[in-house]
Design a protein around this ligand. Sequence first.
Ligand SMILES: [Zn+2]
Length: 291
Amino acid sequence: MKFTCLICSAHQSKIIATKTRDSSNLVAKCLSCSHIQLFPLPSADEDKVFYNRDLQAKNVLRKINTYDLEKRSAVDTNRRIASIQAEFDNNKSVLDVGSGYGFFLKALENLGFRAMGLEVSSDRREISRSITSTPTLSKAITGPNKTKRKYNIITLFHVLEHIKDPIKLCADLKSYLNNDGTLIIEIPNANHYLLKISHYKGFYWQRAHLSYFTPKTVSTVLKKAGYRKIKIIGVQRYTFINALHWIFFKKPQLQNPLYETKMFSIIDNIYKNYLTKRLTCDTLWIEAKVK
Ligand SMILES: [Zn+2]
């Protein structure tokens, strides 16, 4: 099968991994634009089978109560809300694409924002509806906006890396934004410094992620989709203790590594500041404007 870059359509690539942690797919880097993607890319049917199997595993996990799930997501939810609040008044409308269990929607609602969620998983929608009155639709974005409804802010948290055509999705989303609208994306950062460690690399590549973006490649996606004023902010979610586990024990800190460490918060803050300033942190927060 021929390699075709998802971003620039070039065919020349270099294989950078011969398997992922949960599949025999390769990981390839485009020689023209440096974009990293799964190879070969799964067909629509293969994706259907994969996500159905994934859903079955999640159904087992569902026995975990919503309270635990919410508590585990609280650090991410609070960080995202703080970033939104620092920049926008609560009279703005928000469309959260891939709204999951709805914890972010619930937090927005509590602050008075008018929000709407889009979530394709019925299980997640059900939980979302049980914790917030913010509407959550099952609609997937498959083309330009045909309605008159537009938003001030669209959030896309850990969605873009799963998408077959990231440029088209971002371009389609632009038609859902007002002229002064902002697209906010959160994705894993493929420039993360821990990727220099081989066993971390083996764990990092995964079947569900079709793309692995760096600050450079995500900027290309947004420029090609027609966005302007692209701002990239580094976020380091995991603590330095998780990194030490990777370095010394060749595995993550825990099944669910911690995002905060109260005991070593001074060191952890220095660690996180160092990485986020250099954009070698684990996560990227990107804001892009329509005009
Ligand atoms: Zn390319």
